[in-house]
Design a protein around this ligand. Sequence first.
Ligand code: DHB
Length: 394
Amino acid sequence: MSTTIVSTQVGILGGGPAGLMLSHLLARAGIDNVVVEKRDHATISTTHRAGILEHGSVQMLAETGVDGRVLTDGHRHDGIDLRFGGESHRIDFQDLVGESVWLYPQNEVFVDLAAARARDCGDVRCSVSDTEVLDVATDTPKIRLTEADGTSVEVRCRILVGADGSHSICRQAVPDRTDHFIEYPFAWFGILTEAPPSAPELIYARSEHGFALISQRSDTVQRMYFQCDPGEDASSWSEEQIWDELQRRVDGADGFELTRGRIFEQMVLPFRSYVCEPLRHSNLFLVGDAGHTVPPTGAKGLNLALADVKVLAEALTSFFGDGSTALLDGYSDTALRRVWKAQNFSYWMTSMLHTRSDATAFERKRALGELATITESRYGQQYLAEGYTGWPSK
Ligand code: DHB
């Protein structure tokens, strides 16, 4: 069967938010690119991921002509509550660091970026199969794929970017990489419920029964999570059991009560920390989950992917502009500096707020001491606020 050859400057494997944002930024800089994605639009737009955007991510969406709804439909949050010992302690981001975050779900970011690429006639090929990457150490790396209609296609490019998520095939093409990896002995049980918000802002709760996060989606839909065993069977829990479990993790003398509603989605989300070093092999570059994964506490995953994309888009603009390789050569080190800060932040938030089932009384009390160190000190609060809202990009 014949193969259709498509030539472009940048081939991007993966059409989630990272791949589409890169495609969008490159197109704005006049750099031709093709995006290839295995999933279809409906699957990505209904896959629920985290919901918090750092101010830098919002700025990227708002200032680069995505024309999305983040500023109109997203909700600005100026703080969070840390809840432990049955009491809430507000961390006021605006007062502490003069920044905010936005509650705007990742699947909506995807919808906005996909609409922007369609509006600008970007070449985005979804529902493809049999993807392979070849010749990444030559000046014509390639992506081979089969289109949804059965056509075989070879995308020939100058630079290949792996934005293909945590099960990345591009990563396999980095031969001299180190895989840094840790697993956690817990997972999150996540729900979506039809209910009004239980509180004005997000609540991160540590209790003797484990962690809970009370997040939101809209005035009528809420997102909540609680720490569970990684082997937990989500479907075996009744609505009442879920609500009782969430409630006992936020119980306190102030009588705080969750507003209950119908639960229409429940799933277990295992998590881990992972970093691939370096994020490059020759003419192949990795962005987002293809290069690193963080545990969800603090919602750094998408924000980190967008930060990678920003650095790489600037480097590619310089390379295709005047042939300069300095920024491309610095990409992996520059991106990894932020990645390791975010790894530390996500690890820290996770370990401070979760309880291991084998934790000793010393460990449980030490964690409460750590939380008090944060909430009773302006410096401690500032450390959290700066990491949560996002460090400056330069
Ligand atoms: C959400 C997820 C997170 O991991 C987090 O830290 C905050 C919010 C969410 O899905 O809403």
